[in-house]
Write a protein that binds this ligand. Sequence first.
Ligand code: MF3
Ligand code: CO
Ligand code: CO
Length: 320
Amino acid sequence: MRGPGANEPCWCGSGRKYKKCHRDQDAVGERPVHAGAVRAGLVGPRRPVPPHIPRPNYAQTGRPRPVPRLADPAERLRRMRRACRAAAEVMAEGAAALAPGVTTDEIDRIVHEGYIARGGFPSTLNYNGFPKSLCTSVNEVILHGIPDSRPLEKGDIVNLDVTIYLDGFHGDCSATYPVGPIDAESARLVRVTRECMLRGIEAVKPGRPISDIGKAIEAHATAHGYGVVRTFCGHGIGEEFHLEPQILHYYDSRARTVMEEGMFFTVEPMLTMGSPEHVVWPDGWTAVTVDGKRAAQFEHTVHVNRDGAEILTVGADGKV
Ligand code: MF3
Ligand code: CO
Ligand code: CO
């Protein structure tokens, strides 16, 4: 590997030793494979949350602990609607700031302030040690990208995955956005991924097995020649960020859990232009496609009701 010696100052000007700063990331970039691959920037310090904001139980330790369920189903639904609406609003604020030259860390700042303005806590902050207030996943990054100093470039696609902890409940949503004009192939990937999420949600029906969701998603993705990521899935959500059941985005006959009225879960398919297999960067979080081709993701939190699904992560206008 070329670059400064391990104990010399990093080339990026941070003042830290090279081995403590960009050395691992440079090693990633050095993998010969993918021209034009996304390169990690610098991750800024953890953003503070004012002390009056209620915190989830992992905020200090980084380890989520089980939380008892609220007894009253109507109250759970009210609070989930509020948390999820807040998440959707905050996501829209982050999305409005996207432009070439804007760093994902700047989006992190805006989203962080959006949670706090609503009395909420960034669910991702220190969740199993995650260092930032949302995930920003650019181009071949499938999910769990860490906001950093990399400026967005014209032609990028970027997923903003926003989760708020508000009044004891988590609301989780994400969408993939174009940065300036994007190529037609990327636009098609983004469109079909959103359609897959909506088809998965349309398959939600009490009394039906959760495998119906993945079946609907996989059929639409495959018809368009896209891969479906299998390693990461949707999840139950509520008093805790990630709960049972897992929501697979492909068909598996073993996914026999029956959907029931009152359940809350996410549907969050990830589609790839090429291989759906991933590798994780040395930061321990950022999951990228093995072949360097682009990926997209969309996510809503839904509530199972008598007729199907109510999408909860919508703004005050109810618009999806
Ligand atoms: N919001 C992501 C999801 O949809 C989870 C992010 S967890 C983090 O489930 F630790 F990576 F932030
Ligand atoms: Co999410
Ligand atoms: Co989720």
